[in-house]
Design a protein around this ligand. Structure first.
Ligand code: NOJ
Length: 733
C-alpha cells in the first residue's frame, strides 16, 4: 500500500472524536514529553512524543548533550557542520524515545536584546535559511520530526503572547519567511506557530500565512502545531490552518503543565516575566471543541480529516506509524566532539592585538565571574542538562603549562530562568534578583597569585588585580544572562563586569576578554584590552573549547551572524519598533534590519555582520563569476582562490554580498549577504572555493509582481565581512 493510501484508510476509519483526539495535545502518561498526542489504540496508531530543543534534548530530570547555542552554529557559516549538528540532535531525540524535536528556532534576529536570540540563527535571512535547512535535514535523517519555530515574526519576548508585529509584505517575504520556507523545503515534518499576532491576527488563526503561504504556496504537507497555550479558541484556529493544539491540558492548580515536570510555583510571577507568558484561559482544547463544530457545520469535516491526515502522514514518514525506523544510534563521544567543533568554529575573535594565541608556558591570571561554570544557555524551554561539562578553569588548567591563578574578582552572574518563577520541579534556585549580582564583594580573602587553580578562590577585586599584575596575561571570562519570556535590559554586561575588565586591563600587561553571551553586547572597554573572544553560549564543552581557542589549537572559525553596536544605534531603539506601543510593534524599518540598517544609514557598527579574525592571514585572488551554473533559475556561482599567507594553519569564511543596481522609486539595501563557504587552509597553501548564489540573491519582493529581478548591473563583493570586500565582480541581469 502506498504511503498516502495507508494514511487515507486510517483517516477514513477515524470517528469524529478519534480524529479530534488525534490532533489534541494531552498528558504523557510517563510524564517525560513536553508535548504528547495519544494516538488511536483501536487503529493501532501509536502515540507521538514531542520534546524541546533547540540546544539539546530537554526532558526534565534527564541528561543530554548540551550543545552550543544555535547562534554559535550560525556563526560557523557552515551548512555541513549544521547538518552534523542536526544529525546529533535527531539521534539523541530518538534515543530518548521521542519522535519530534521542537527545533530549530529560526526566527530572524531583529531586536539585539531579544531574550531568545541565542536560540535563533542570524539577522540575515540567507544565513538563517541555510542553517535552518541543514539542521532540519540532519534531524529528519534520524527519523525524527523537526519543528522549525516560531512561525512567524516572533522577534521579542516582551508581550510575546499578545503583541502584533505590524510588518509589510515585502519585509515578510524578504526577511522573516525565508528560513521557514527553506526549513520546509528541507523536509521539516512540522512547523510551530508563534504566540504573537502578525498585522492584528494571532498566528494560530492566521489563515493567509498558515494556509495560503505555508501550505498552498510552499506545498507544506506536514502539521502545524501551536506554541504551548498559544491559541485563542479552537474552531477559528483549525479553520485557519492550525493542525495540532498544544499542550491541550490546562496547568493544574499546582502549576503543573503537561510533561514539563513543573512544580508548585511558590513565588509570584514578576510582571516582566508575566508579560512574556501566554494566557491559558483563552485556549480551548481541540478534542472538546472540534467534534461539536463539525456537527454544527462551523468546521468542515474535510478540514478535520486534513488535520488528522497531516499528523498521520508525518508520523508515517518518520516511521512512527509502522515502527519502521532507524535504530537509535547515539555516540555520546562523537556528539561531544561535534559540540566542541561547533563551539570552536562558532567562536568569533572580535579583536586581537597580538595577544592570542597564548604561549603554552605563559602565566595566566584567570579572572571573571564565569571562570567556574560552563555557560550552558539561557533559561526556558531550551534548558538542557548535560551529563558532564568543563568550566573555563578546568579547560585552562588542563591545557596550560604555565601557572593559572584563579581570582574571579566578581560574584557569579546567576543564569535566570522563567522556570524559577513558574516552578520547575528541578531544584531550580527560585527567583533571582539580578541586582544581587551587581556588587563585586570584597570578602577580604586574598588569593595567592602564584597558587595555580586553587579551589574556592575569593571574589576579591584586589586579588584579581594582583593576579593580573603578576601574570603574563589576564584572561577575563564574563557572561550575560537571558531567559525565554524576558528580553535583555539593554546590551550591557550585567553586574559590574565592565568595571572589573577595566580594572584588570589597567593592571595587566595583556588582557584577553572571553565573553559567553546570547547576542550583541556593548564593549565599552574594548580599546583598553588586547583581545576579545566571543563564545556565545558554548554549552557543556565551554572549558575545552575556550582552552583550545586561547592556545591556538584551533583557529576561531566564527564570524558575526549579527551586527554589534550600541543599543541606541539599531532601528529598534525607537520604542514604536521595540517593545512596541499599545500592543503593536511597528516594523516600519521594513527590510532595513541588522547590517542593512547600518549600511543604509552609513553608520559605523562596533563590529559588522560577518566580522571575525583568524590567527592566520588570507589573501584572495582569481575570483570569477559563472552565471551559466545558475541555469534558468537565474542564480550564479562565485569561485575564488584563498591563500593562507601566515605560517600557521587557519580557517577562513569566504563571504559574498550582492549590491543591486539603483532603481528609481525602490529602496534597496546597499548590499545583501548571498552565501559563504568556511574553508580550512593550511599555512602557505591555497584553496579554491565555490559559492552558489541562488536566484533570490538578485531579487526583491514586489507586492504586486512577486519576486522581481531589476535589470542592471549587480556587484558581487567577495570578502571577509559585510564591511571588508576584497574583490568585486559584476554581472548584468
Ligand atoms: C514555549 C516556547 O515558545 C516553545 O519554543 C517551546 O517549544 C514550547 N514552549 C514547549 O516547551
Amino acid at each position: 500500500m502506498t504511503e498516502d493510501a495507508a494514511v487515507r484508510r486510517l483517516v477514513e476509519a477515524l470517528t469524529l472524536e478519534e480524529a479530534a483526539r488525534l490532533v489534541s495535545g494531552t498528558t504523557d502518561p510517563t510524564g517525560r514529553a513536553t508535548g504528547y498526542l495519544a494516538g488511536v489504540d483501536r487503529l493501532e496508531v501509536p502515540p507521538l512524543c514531542l520534546v524541546d530543543g533547540p540546544l539539546g534534548v530537554r526532558i526534565p530530570g534527564e541528561s543530554a548533550t548540551a550543545f552550543p547555542a544555535p547562534i554559535a552554529l550560525a556563526a560557523t557559516f557552515d551548512a555541513e557542520l549544521a547538518r552534523e549538528h542536526g544529525v546529533a540532535l535527531g539521534r539523541e531525540t530518538r534515543a530518548a524515545g521521542a519522535d519530534a524535536l521542537l527545533a530549530p528556532g529560526t526566527n530572524l534576529i531583529r531586536v539585539p536584546q531579544g531574550g531568545r536570540n541565542f536560540e535563533y540563527f542570524a539577522e540575515d535571512p540567507v544565513l538563517s535559511a541555510a542553517t535552518a535547512a541543514s539542521v532540519v535535514e540532519g534531524i529528519e535523517s534520524a527519523d525524527v520530526i523537526a519543528t522549525p519555530k516560531h512561525y512567524v515574526a516572533n522577534s521579542q519576548e516582551t508581550n510575546r503572547a499578545t503583541v502584533s508585529a505590524e510588518v509589510d509584505e515585502r519585509a515578510l517575504r524578504e526577511l522573516y519567511l525565508p528560513s521557514f520556507r527553506a526549513a520546509v523545503a528541507a523536509g521539516a515534518g512540522s512547523v510551530m506557530s508563534a504566540y504573537n499576532r502578525v498585522n492584528g491576527t494571532r498566528m494560530s488563526d492566521h489563515r493567509r500565512l498558515l494556509t495560503d503561504v505555508l501550505k498552498d504556496e510552499w506545498g507544506f504537507d506536514g502539521y502545524v502545531v501551536s506554541d504551548w497555550y498559544g491559541t485563542e479558541g479552537a474552531v477559528d484556529a483549525a479553520a485557519a490552518g492550525l493542525d495540532v493544539e498544544m499542550p491541550g491540558v490546562p496547568m493544574t492548580s499546582e502549576g503543573e503543565e503537561s510533561g514539563n515536570g513543573d512544580d508548585e510555583a511558590d513565588d509570584p510571577i514578576p510582571p516582566e516575566i508575566a508579560r512574556g507568558m501566554p494566557d491559558q484561559e483563552t485556549c480551548e482544547p481541540f478534542d472538546e471543541a472540534l467534534p461539536a463544530a463539525v456537527r454544527d457545520g462551523s468546521l468542515p469535516r474535510e478540514r478535520l480529516d486534513d488535520m488528522a491526515a497531516r499528523v498521520l502522514r508525518t508520523m508515517d514518514r518518520a516511521g512512527v506509524l509502522d515502527g519502521d525506523r532507524s535504530e537509535p544510534d547515539v555516540d555520546t563521544d562523537a556528539n561531544r566532539r561535534t559540540a566542541v567543533e561547533v563551539a570552536t568554529r562558532g567562536s568569533v575573535l572580535l579583536k586581537n592585538d597580538d595577544a592570542l594565541p597564548l604561549s603554552t608556558d605563559a602565566d595566566v591570571a584567570l579572572v571573571g565571574p564565569a571562570v567556574d561554570e560552563a555557560v550552558l544557555g539561557g533559561g526556558g524551554s531550551s534548558e538542557t542538562t548535560p551529563e558532564t561539562s568543563t568550566t573555563p578553569r578546568e579547560g585552562l588548567v588542563a591545557r596550560a603549562d604555565g601557572n593559572v591563578t584563579v581570582a574571579p574578582g566578581h560574584p557569579p552572574v546567576e543564569g535566570i530562568s522563567m522556570f524559577d518563577f513558574l516552578g520547575d520541579g528541578e531544584g531550580s534556585a527560585g527567583p533571582v534578583d539580578t541586582d544581587d549580582t551587581t556588587d563585586p564583594v570584597d570578602t577580604g580573602d586574598t588569593t595567592d597569585p602564584v597558587d595555580a587553580a586553587d579551589e574556592g578562590s575569593a571574589v576579591d577585586v584586589d586579588a584579581a588585580i594582583a593576579a593580573a599584575e603578576a601574570a603574563d596575561v589576564a584572561v577575563v571570562v564574563v557572561r550575560d544572562t537571558t531567559t525565554e519570556a524576558l528580553d535583555r535590559d539593554g546590551l550591557g554586561l550585567p553586574g559590574r563586569q565592565d568595571e572589573l575588565i577595566e580594572a584588570v586591563a589597567a593592571a595587566a600587561d595583556r588582557t584577553v576578554v572571553a565573553i559567553a553571551a546570547s547576542g550583541p553586547v556593548e564593549l565599552p572597554w574594548r580599546d583598553a584590552v588586547d583581545a576579545v573572544l566571543f563564545n556565545w553560549y558554548p554549552g557543556q564543552v565551554h572549558g575545552d573549547a575556550l582552552a583550545a581557542l586561547l592556545y591556538g589549537d584551533v583557529d576561531p572559525g566564527g564570524r558575526l551572524p549579527v551586527t554589534f553596536a550600541p543599543a541606541s544605534a539599531y532601528p529598534t531603539a525607537d520604542r514604536r519598533r521595540f517593545p512596541g506601543v499599545d500592543g503593536r510593534v511597528s516594523h516600519d524599518e521594513g527590510v532595513f534590519v541588522g547590517y542593512r540598517w547600518f549600511d543604509a544609514r552609513d553608520l559605523e557598527p562596533t563590529y559588522p555582520f560577518g566580522h571575525g579574525r583568524s590567527y592566520a592571514e588570507f589573501e584572495y585572488r582569481d575570483a570569477a563569476l559563472d552565471v551559466a551554473t545558475g541555469g534558468d533559475a537565474g542564480g550564479a556561482a562565485v569561485t575564488v582562490t584563498v591563500e593562507n599567507v601566515a605560517d600557521r594553519d587557519g580557517r577562513e569564511v569566504v563571504q559574498t554580498y550582492v549590491r543591486p543596481p539603483r532603481v528609481a522609486g525602490v529602496e534597496r539595501p546597499v548590499r545583501e549577504f548571498a552565501g559563504a563557504e568556511s574553508v580550512a587552509v593550511a599555512a602557505g597553501e591555497t584553496e579554491t572555493v565555490t559559492i552558489r548564489l541562488d536566484e533570490l540573491a538578485f531579487s526583491r519582493y514586489d507586492p504586486e509582481e512577486g519576486w522581481t529581478v531589476d535589470p542592471g548591473e549587480y556587484v558581487v563583493e567577495v570578502g571577509r565581512s559585510s564591511r571588508d570586500a576584497r574583490i568585486e565582480l559584476t554581472v548584468e541581469r
